[in-house]
Design a binder for this molecule. Structure first.
Ligand SMILES: C[S@@+](CC[C@H](N)C(=O)[O-])C[C@H]1O[C@@H](n2cnc3c(N)ncnc32)[C@H](O)[C@@H]1O
Length: 273
């Protein structure tokens, strides 16, 4: 008789979850259980593990699996004003510098996930535009994942997602809904165009861009893909345009000569002439 495996129990799932929480320091309880299960199943398929307990055993014996598992679990993770220092620089230095050069600017938020990044930029721009009626801007926000992009376009955020915002920001830029969630007001939505786009396609969805934010996306790319991405950004930017990366990301050796460092710690670069 063929051997049949005992199906997973709730305990098997909980044991795996606890191991992930302790080892990767990812709070699984912050996510919906379905989301965690879907991500785990994709890693279980890739490593040929049939059950949660098999996968737990495999994980303990193969620490190299921790990295792809972390990436699978955090694939769409984002937040408003992720890394405060970077957004402070965007607000106080990058945007004022760009508006000194021209009255209308174009921004590309590449790999925007559920929209917190472009909506953060839109809040900064909207505040600047309130005090200076001569300036205007357009943000093009793109992602490969059309499901997450539809969520971004709807602009509806849970109360938990709003924790990074202060009362004044919430009041000015969001409407509270009957179910306790918050919807971005029309003046923010009007600043952003959401579009599906694959960053590996090699063709930018927009050109003559003044500022590109592509943050916490390249962890899924190999070195060659990262270099092509930097070349694509270089071709999409205006001379002197800014490229803002995630804090743990870096420019490859081959593409370093295309940019000069504006701020090495916050990973902000400028397209060379
Ligand atoms: C961790 S989120 C980062 C969101 C935001 N940029 C931030 O820093 O908070 C990574 C996003 O990159 C997107 N992504 C991954 N590979 C991509 C690709 N080849 N083209 C476009 N988007 C991609 C994923 O769908 C995901 O929404």
């Amino acid at each position: 008789m063929p051997e049949t495996k005992a199906p997973d129990t709730k305990d098997d799932f909980n044991l795996l979850k606890r191991y992930i929480e302790q080892t990767l320091k990812i709070q699984c309880s912050n996510y919906k259980e379905d989301y965690i299960k879907r991500r785990l199943l994709s890693r279980m398929r890739s490593t040929n593990q049939a059950t949660y307990s098999d996968y737990l055993y495999y994980l303990k014996g193969h620490p190299v699996e921790l990295d792809p598992l972390r990436n699978a679990l955090t694939i769409n993770v984002t937040e408003f004003f992720r890394d405060t220092e970077v957004y402070n620089l965007i607000r106080t230095a990058l945007l004022p510098e760009l508006f000194r050069q021209r009255k209308r600017i174009l921004i590309w938020s590449a790999g925007c996930s559920s929209g917190e990044e472009p909506y953060s930029l839109a809040m900064i721009l909207s505040d600047m535009m309130m005090t200076n009626k001569e300036i205007s801007a357009q943000i093009v926000a793109t992602d490969l994942d059309e499901v997450i992009l539809a969520k971004a376009k709807a602009g509806i955020f849970s109360e938990k997602a709003m924790q990074k915002l202060n009362e004044a920001q919430i009041r000015r830029h969001f409407n509270k809904m009957a179910d306790g969630s918050f919807e971005a007001k029309q003046h923010l939505k009007d600043l952003i165009r959401f579009r599906p786009h694959d960053l590996m396609s090699g063709v930018p969805p927009v050109r003559h861009v003044d500022l590109i934010t592509c943050r916490n996306v390249t962890i899924y790319f190999n070195e060659k893909q990262k270099d092509s991405l930097a070349r694509m950004f270089h071709s999409a930017l205006v001379p002197g345009g800014f490229y803002v990366m995630g804090k743990t990301e870096y420019l490859g050796r081959e593409v370093e000569p295309l940019f000069s460092a504006y701020n090495n710690i916050q990973k902000i670069f400028i397209k060379k002439q």
